[in-house]
Ligand binder design. Structure first.
Ligand SMILES: Cc1ncc(C[n+]2csc(CCOP(=O)(O)OP(=O)(O)O)c2C)c(N)n1
Length: 803
């Protein structure tokens, strides 16, 4: 790879310069044609990279196989230049073609200009990433490419500096890979930009960050975005001092200056790659000839003077002039090439359209014929012919239009028993399956490493099994994991030297080194980003968020990036990150540990586990470390000090996800709960037993996935009554569990009493033991709630005595 970059140091030939011009021109053409397609109604929305062509061509020259990009929607020219996205693929995504072969980035799931390469084989196994020009999958929220950039870059350092990782040649060549970040000027106003820059600086991670400065963020100029309106000046403090290794190499260059851009990137990339000194390139005087996106026109907010300046400084125009001025070509030759390139782009667009539209057309033809046949046999001929004509008249129908027509046909003929109708019902059912695959597959891993493939390996105990504190059990589990697999790394606030605030990693930094067990700054968003980036490059990070409540800082990136990754690439990329935190039944407004509902509803695509003790937690970690999905593990804080027996196979036993456990058998009511609530519920059941009520207590263990085998339903069949207990707000996780059991499992069918929920109060929990008692479900409340349910059944036997 280093050789490759050395080759790129030499003078560019005339052919190469012309090739660069053609690429820039073709990319501009893609923008123009794409915009036209949106305006003409063939595509819904378009955002393009016009005005940023030249910088990206220069950037692409220093990008090598094995490198990673973490960028945003302006990077089309870069993606074309490195050969990772074809014009046809670009247009296919614009049309939202759901075929992964047509749009390998997202299979039509992401809007246009959301780039990604495929790191995985169709079976979910890793490709040889060192042979690929890698692009992590884009997301729309501005700045969200930055947290993962931290990990993508830091991985190179780890691959270079941890000897045990050297054999993983599929992922790295001695850490020579650069992670390339791109970001717009306005987005540097986001907190996560600065957090990521700081983290990259601290980690000395080989990132090369390009800031495309066109002076605006949609309509808002730099005056409102950036202090002093000068990013280069603001970034000075991050600059590396001569002769030192700390900080960034800083560059700034005009976005229309071809030779300067090439020179700048060559210099920047060489140092990043060789020395692992990160760099930031501020590219200014960029323009946006077509405006921000197809959603509006920039004439509305840019002055005439600015518009004229932008025309003058358009990088394509400047490049063209530079080529002519320097005698590399002339107007006539360039004009000829431009005409050729216009045709090329139009051909690519057409192919993409045909590829997208012909299956729809075929489907429509097939359905029109079916409706026609049915109309001949039905009593509702006229109505059916009308449906047919309406469907036929739609100029560019979607699949949904065809399905809606079939639905109408089935509705019209609902009282008829005709063979043609049966065929249409069958067709509709098939479409549901096809579209489930098209739009809803790959939320989780489908590979042989899916956690679904991991079954129970029970813990083994012997006479010699030690009785230890919960945190010591975890410590033994992590010790075994770090010893077993060099890809496993743990990091977070206080995780390194201290071994985390509850001692789970105590002594393990000393044993495995500070690159394996590492302290981080207080930066939750980029702790998760670091984990995502590392996992994207084949490592197995355990990222710690110190307390559950602080996950809110990282929730956006967990939700937008991590949880959607496998799904939004339709299985093209995976980031098997394990997020470890502690919570549940903590005390205080910002230490409540209760905020589960917000979390589970925002991170579908990540498993959520709440083990009630540390042996269960260890079993889950063992499962997760052998599988390839991301997961959040919430350890129950008050279990660290409880004593548990250390399994003899602490690093080997595994607990499958989605399997609840019955903690106490009972026949009168099922109480469904999890985490720290298990202990409170079990206490309440002792009191209930004293009055003759035997409650069955079920620990669901994992909120996502939820009771895959329907064990709770089996309990309901026995008890006919159910209470869901959780310490989050009303309508939170308790309501989620209720919906899962009553609606999804069909639990309503077995009930003799109203299913109920018992949650915490709608406010954050107040501090102290009393604050906790009155804010979260307590033993007495659980008793009363269950007792009231039984009172309704047998008032004489269970008279209310507490009201
Ligand atoms: C978190 C977030 N806030 C707002 C938006 C809406 N939005 C999309 S692009 C954009 C402007 C970004 O400007 P800049 O970073 O300068 O990049 P440019 O589009 O100019 O290349 C905004 C506000 C968004 N996508 N995400």
């Amino acid at each position: 790879m280093l050789e490759q970059s050395i080759i790129r140091q030499r003078e560019l030939t005339r052919e190469e310069i012309l090739q660069d011009y053609r690429l820039a021109f073709q990319s501009r053409q893609v923008s123009l044609v794409g915009r036209r397609e949106v305006m003409g109604g063939k595509a819904k929305f378009g955002i393009f990279g016009d005005g940023k062509e030249l910088v990206q061509i220069a950037l692409a020259k220093v990008f090598c196989k094995g490198d990673f990009r973490s960028g945003y929607y302006r990077d089309q020219t870069f993606m074309f230049a490195i050969g990772a996205t074809s014009y046809q693929e670009f247009f296919s995504q614009l049309y939202a073609n759901p075929d992964v072969k047509a749009d390998p980035a997202s299979a039509g799931r992401a809007m246009n200009a959301h780039f990604a390469t495929r790191s995985l084989n169709p079976d979910g196994s890793w490709k040889n990433l060192i042979d690929i020009d890698n692009s992590s999958a884009d997301v729309s929220p501005t700045g969200s490419q930055m947290p993962r950039l931290v990990g993508l870059a830091y991985a190179s350092r780890l691959y270079r500096e941890i000897p045990d990782l050297h054999e993983l040649t599929q992922f790295s060549d001695n850490g020579n890979e650069i992670a390339f970040g791109t970001i717009g000027n306005a987005t540097t106003a986001e907190g996560m930009f600065w957090e990521a820059i700081n983290a990259i600086g601290v980690l000395r991670a080989p990132a090369l960050i390009s800031i495309y400065d066109d002076g605006y963020g949609i309509s808002v100029s730099n005056e409102y975005q950036i202090a002093k309106q000068n990013l280069s000046e603001l970034l000075q403090g991050f600059g590396r001092k001569r002769g030192t290794v700390e900080g960034f190499d800083l560059y700034s260059v005009q976005g229309w200056d071809y030779p300067a851009l090439i020179k700048t990137y060559r210099a920047a990339a060489a140092n990043v790659r060789k020395e692992h000194i990160p760099a930031i390139v501020h590219i200014y005087e960029l323009t946006q000839p077509l405006g921000h996106s197809t959603s509006g026109s920039h004439e509305r907010y840019k002055s005439k003077e600015r518009m004229a300046w932008e025309q003058d400084h358009d990088c394509l125009r400047k490049f063209r002039q530079w080529i002519i001025d320097n005698g590399h070509s002339n107007d006539e030759e360039l004009g000829f090439l431009e005409a050729e390139d216009q045709n090329l782009i139009e051909e690519s667009r057409k192919k993409a359209w045909d590829d997208y539209f012909s299956p729809i057309q075929r489907e429509r033809e097939q359905v029109l014929t079916s409706i026609d046949q049915l109309a001949g046999a039905s009593r509702h001929t006229d109505e059916l012919i009308r449906v047919k004509s309406e469907l036929n008249a739609i100029p560019n129908p979607y699949h949904r239009d065809i399905l809606a027509s079939v639905h109408r046909v089935l509705q019209i003929t609902r009282n008829e028993d005709l063979p043609g109708r049966i065929n249409l019902v069958k067709w509709k059912h098939q479409q549901e399956l096809i579209n489930e695959e098209r739009y809803s597959s790959h939320l989780f891993s489908q590979s042989s490493e899916s956690p679904d493939q991991i079954s129970l390996v029970p813990p083994i105990y012997s006479e010699n099994s030690l009785l230890l504190h919960g945190h010591e059990i975890l410590n033994a589990c992590f010790d075994a994991a770090l010893a077993r697999d060099p890809r496993v790394l743990a990091f977070g606030e206080d995780v390194g030297k201290l071994g985390d605030v509850n001692q789970g990693f105590r002594g393990l930094q000393a044993k495995y080194g500070d690159l394996r067990v590492t302290d981080t700054g207080i930066r939750e968003t980029t702790i998760i980003g670091q984990a995502i980036g590392l996992a994207l490059r084949g490592l197995r990070p355990i990222a710690e968020i110190q307390y559950l409540d602080y996950i809110l800082y990282a929730l956006q990136i967990m939700s937008d990036d991590l949880a959607t990754l496998h799904w939004r690439t339709k299985g093209g990329q995976k980031a098997p990150v394990i997020i470890r935190t502690r919570g549940h039944r903590l005390e205080g407004i910002w230490h409540s540990g209760s905020l589960m509902a917000g979390i589970i509803h925002l991170i579908r695509g990540v498993h959520v586990l709440v083990p009630r003790n540390m042996t269960q937690a260890a079993g889950f970690y063992n499962t997760l470390l052998r599988s390839d999905d991301p997961a959040l593990v919430v350890e129950v804080l008050n279990a660290y000090r409880n004593k548990e027996r250390l399994p003899d196979n602490i690093g080997e036993f595994t607990i499958p996800l989605g399997v609840p456990e019955i903690l106490r058998p009972g026949s009168d009511i099922s109480i469904v709960t999890y985490g720290a609530c298990c202990r409170i519920v079990l206490e309440a059941t002792k009191l209930l037993s004293q009055v003759g009520i035997e409650a069955e207590v079920i620990d669901i263990q994992t909120l996502l996935p939820f009771d895959k085998e329907g064990r709770i339903l089996e309990s309901l069949k026995k008890t006919s009554r159910v209470l869901f207990v959780d310490e989050d707000v009303p309508g939170g996780t308790s309501a989620y569990m209720l919906q899962e059991v009553i609606e999804n499992q069909g639990g309503y069918y077995w009930l003799d009493s109203l299913p109920q929920t018992l949650s915490g109060k709608p406010h954050r929990p107040a501090y102290g033991s009393d604050g906790d008692y009155w804010s979260k479900p307590n033993v007495e409340q659980i008793f009363d709630k269950v007792y009231e349910i039984l009172n309704e059944v047998e008032p004489a036997k269970f008279p209310i005595f507490f009201k």
